[in-house]
Design a protein. Structure first.
Length: 254
C-alpha cells in the first residue's frame, strides 16, 4: 500500500463517489486526483499525463472529423474507467490487482525515478493491459466488431497519430513546466520513447483484442495472464534508473 493513507482515502472517496459517463467526467475525476496527490507520489505524474493528453486530443480532433464519434467517445470512457477501477482495487487492498498496475503503484514513492518514468509506466499498464479489454467491452456494448479499415479503426489510428504528436510535449511539461517542481532532464524523454512507443502499443492492443475475441474463455484467461506478466515486467523496466535504459537508437516496442 502507499505511504500516504490520508491522501489515498480522499482519492478513494472521490473515485467511489464519481459517476463517469462522459469524457468530461473522466477529465473532472483526473483533475480531482491531481489536486489530491502530492508531488512525491509517482501516480500523480501518470494521472497528469493522462489528463493532459486527453485534453489535447479532445481539443485537437481529426482534421477531417471522426467517422464514428459515438464509438470513439464510448471507448474513451470505458478505457478511463479501467484506470479508475485499478486504482480503487489498489486502494482497497485487492489481492488480484494486475501485475501491470502493481508495477507502478508499488513504486509510487520510489527514490531516483523521474516524473516521466512514472508517467510512461502508467501508460504502459493502461494501454498494454487495459486497452484490449476496453475495446472488447466497447464493441460488445455497441454491438459492433470493427475490422481493419473500418470507420472505427480509422478513428483509432487517427488517435494514435494525435497521441504520438502530443506525447513528447506533454512529457516535457512534466519534466520542466510544473510549478513548484524542480526541472528534470528532457533529454531522457527520447530514450524512454525509444523503448516504449504509444502507437506501437495501441496497435498491439487492437491486434490483441482481435486475438482475444476468437478465444474460448479459458484460453482468454491464460492469454490475459501472460500479457499481464509481460506488461508488468516492461513497466518495472521503465522505472529503473534512467542510466540503465537503452540508448535512443533502440527499436521502439509496445
Amino acid at each position: 500500500m502507499s505511504a500516504s493513507p490520508s491522501t489515498d482515502g480522499a482519492v478513494l472517496q472521490l473515485l467511489l463517489g464519481s459517476n463517469v459517463a462522459a469524457v468530461a467526467d473522466v477529465i473532472a475525476v483526473m483533475e480531482g486526483i491531481d489536486k489530491l496527490l502530492p508531488g512525491k507520489d509517482g501516480l500523480k505524474w501518470f494521472n497528469l499525463l493522462y489528463l493532459k493528453v486527453t485534453q489535447q486530443v479532445q481539443n485537437q480532433p481529426s482534421a477531417s472529423g471522426w467517422q464514428d464519434p459515438a464509438w470513439l467517445t464510448h471507448l474513451d470512457v470505458v478505457f478511463a474507467r479501467r484506470y479508475f477501477k485499478a486504482l480503487v482495487a489498489w486502494l482497497q487492498g485487492a489481492s488480484d490487482l494486475p501485475s501491470s498496475w502493481r508495477a507502478l503503484l508499488e513504486s509510487r514513492y520510489a527514490d531516483n525515478v523521474d516524473r516521466i518514468q512514472f508517467a510512461l509506466a502508467g501508460m504502459n499498464a493502461h494501454i498494454n493491459h487495459d486497452l484490449a479489454l476496453a475495446l472488447l467491452q466497447t464493441d460488445a456494448e455497441m454491438n459492433v466488431v470493427p475490422l481493419s479499415g473500418s470507420p472505427q479503426h480509422a478513428d483509432y489510428e487517427r488517435v494514435n497519430a494525435l497521441l504520438e504528436a502530443v506525447l513528447p510535449s506533454a512529457l516535457e511539461l512534466l519534466a520542466t513546466g510544473i510549478l513548484g517542481e524542480l526541472a528534470q532532464d528532457t533529454g531522457k524523454i527520447g530514450r524512454l520513447l525509444a523503448i516504449w512507443n504509444v502507437s506501437a502499443a495501441r496497435d498491439l492492443a487492437w491486434e490483441f483484442a482481435d486475438h482475444l475475441r476468437a478465444l474460448p474463455e479459458i484460453n482468454r484467461v491464460l492469454a490475459l495472464a501472460a500479457q499481464d506478466q509481460i506488461t508488468g515486467a516492461l513497466g518495472r523496466s521503465l522505472l529503473l534508473p534512467i542510466d540503465s535504459l537503452p540508448a535512443q537508437s533502440g527499436t521502439p516496442t509496445g
